[in-house]
Design a protein. Structure first.
Length: 231
């Protein structure tokens, strides 16, 4: 994906392994069924872009093995309790899409239907400087969740955006840079406004939680998402 950054997960749900010399960490933690993908790795940290279930699936067993789990302070309670705030839209309108049923099937096979709680997390704020492999810059991008953040690795040319953007809508199947669907977000207007915070960043690879990496530039991805609108 970028120097020292590897994509994990499957065709629908991504998370990332970051290496810095002998040190390794995860950014996001996928679904419960993905634990075997990191078996045998010594991981010092898990950085969460946000605390939704498809991003925290293996965080607790990795924490129990010795890793520190970091999450923004506004998502910390959700990480600990697996209690989610109200979403913007109902799931009901999306069931006409084949992609919705595909996502549900993948989720069922990989433990997404069970609540995932993380017993202990280390919260950070908007201006955090995290002492973790790669020393990423934290960029608050609320909207998908209240505490959503992106992680920028300027020296590696990578921006890991979690669900601030996707390149494959997990419910409609539409491809290209866009916001996540309203059924998964607390506020699409806030998520759209948050894209201003990543504009101008240099990154040859924009790494998303759902879909393939985007290599056409951050500003182009933001412009495409604005053009696509809400779903």
């Amino acid at each position: 994906m970028a120097p020292g950054i590897h994509r994990l997960g499957n065709e629908l749900v991504n998370f990332y392994l970051v290496e810095d010399g002998e040190e390794r960490m995860l950014i996001d933690a996928g679904l419960r069924g993905f634990l075997g993908q990191v078996e045998g790795l010594r991981l010092g940290a898990v950085l969460l872009t946000h605390a939704h279930g498809d991003h925290v699936g293996i965080a607790e067993p990795v924490r129990e093995a010795g890793a520190t789990v970091y999450v923004h302070e506004r998502d910390a309670e959700m990480a600990r309790t697996a209690k989610y705030p109200a979403r913007e839209r109902s799931m009901r309108p999306y069931f006409r899409h084949r992609a919705t049923w595909e996502l549900l099937w993948v989720g069922l096979r990989n433990g997404a239907m069970s609540n995932v709680k993380i017993a202990e997390v280390t919260p950070f704020g908007d201006d955090a400087a995290l002492d973790v492999p790669g020393s990423p810059r934290v960029i608050p991008t609320p909207g998908h969740s209240d505490g959503h953040v992106c992680f920028h690795f300027p020296d590696r040319g990578a921006l890991i955006v979690g669900d601030a953007l996707c390149t494959r809508n997990p419910l409609t199947g539409r491809t290209g840079p866009q916001l996540m669907p309203g059924a998964f977000s607390v506020s699409s207007p806030r998520a759209l406004a948050s894209l201003e915070r990543i504009e101008g960043l240099e990154a040859g690879a924009v790494l998303v939680g759902h879909g393939d990496p985007w290599t056409g530039g951050v500003d182009t991805a933001v412009a495409r998402a604005r053009e696509a609108g809400f779903s």
